[in-house]
Design a protein around this ligand. Sequence first.
Ligand code: PMP
Length: 454
Amino acid sequence: PVGEGPGVSPARVSALRTEAEALYLGTRPKTRAAAGAAAHLFQGVPMHWMVDWSTPVPLVVAHASGARLTDVDGNGYDDFCLGDTAALFGHGPPPVADALTRQARAGLATMLPSPDAAIVGDLLNARFGLPYWQIATTASDANRFALRAARAATGRPRILIFDGAYHGAVDETFVELGPDGRARNAEGLLGETRDLTALTRVIPFNDLAALEAALADRSVACVITEPVLTNCAMVLPQPGFHAALREITRRTGTLLLIDETHTLSSGPGGYTGKYGLEPDLFVVGKAIAGGIPASVWGMSAEVAERFTRARASLPEGRSGMGTTLSGSPLQLAAMRATLEQVATDDAYAHMNALADRLESGLSAVLSEARLPWHVARCGARVEVVRAPRPLLTGGEAHAAHFAELEATIHLALLVRGVLISPFHDMMLCSPATQDAQVDRLIAATADVVRRLVG
Ligand code: PMP
C-alpha cells in the first residue's frame, strides 16, 4: 500500500522526508554533480533499479570496504545493505581480494577448468551436502538452469512458486496471486506478452492444503522456494512446513529446489544446513564468491542421473544452459577463497552475535514507541516488519509494505549515516561489522522513530 500505515501520522512522515531530502541534497554537491554528469546512461544509472532508492539523486559510492561506504562527497556510512547480500561477508574480504589479484595474472576467462575447480566442487559438497555442482554467473541464471534441469529430469512442464517470492530475472517465476486469489503475471513486469500462468502455478507460502492440490495432477516438475521468504517483508515458515513440503513433493514425484541466495545468512550451510532440509536442487548466488558475479547450483545423485539420461536421449545441440563466463578461473578463485577463508564458522558466530544485538535493540525501540511492528530474523539477516505479528504469506507481506513511510525511513537513516536495503527494512551483519556500527543503527532508528511518533 502507498501511505504510512498504522501508528504514524502522514504529516510527520512528510516533514521528515522533506527535511532528509534537503539535508541530503544540501550537503552533497559532488553527488548532485555526478547525477547531472551521467548523461549517456539510461536514466543516469548503470542499472535502472538504482533510481528506485529513496534518495532524490543516486548515492555515488567512492569506496566500499568491510561494512563501511564512503560517498563521493566524503560522507561515511555504516552499510547494513551490503549490496543486498552480495557483500554479506563484507566489501572486498582480503582473502578474496588476494585471490582475485593472483588469478588476474593467471587467466580470467578460459572456458576451461582451473585447478581450483575440483577443490570448489569438494567444498560445495562438504558445505551444502549435494553431490554434483555447476557454476553459473548470477543466482538468476542458476535458478533458470536448475529449473531446466528439473524439467529435463522429470519430463514435466510446470513449476510451482510461492506468492511473494523472488528468484531473480527468471521469466517464468514472475507470477503472483491477484486480489481475487487467482494467478496472474506479476504487476509491473515489463515487456512480457506471454501468459506465464500457463506453466507456473502460484500458491500462498505456508499453505499445505494449496500445495497438495497444486501438485496432485503430477504435472509440476519442481517447487522452487526460499526457505524463508526474504524478498517481500520476511515471512518465516510455520513449524512443520518444510517437513510437509518435502513429504508432499516426494509423494507426488515433484522435485524441490531450495534457493538459498538470501538465506545463506542462516549459517555456513545456509538454512538447509541449519535445519536439515533435503532439497533435490539447490541454488545460491550473490555472496558465494565474496561479491564477484558467481552462483552455483547443485543436484542430488538421482537428479544428476536423470538429467544425464535426458541429455543422452537428445540429438546433439544447444542445451540452453550455461554462459561463456560461467565456471571461469576468476569465479573459482574467488569462490574457493570465500568458502575456505571467509564464510567460516567463526565469521558466522560474529555475524549472529551482532544480529542478536541488532534484533534486541530494534525490538526495544519499537516496543518503547508502541508501534505495531515487529523484528523478524534469519541468522545474520534482520528485518523490521510493519505488522504486529509474524507474517504467514506473501499476501500479508504485501499488505505490510508502506512505500512512502519506508522511503522516508531509509532516507532519514541514510542522512544519519546508516544504509539499509532499499525496498524493505532489511539489515545484514557481516564478519566485518562492528558492535559500534550496530549501536549507531539502533540509535539512528530510535531517533527516526521518535520523529515519526512524537
Ligand atoms: N534468488 C533470490 C532468493 C534472490 O533474492 C535473488 C536476488 N535478490 C536472486 C535469486 C537473483 O539474484 P541475482 O539478481 O544476483 O541474479
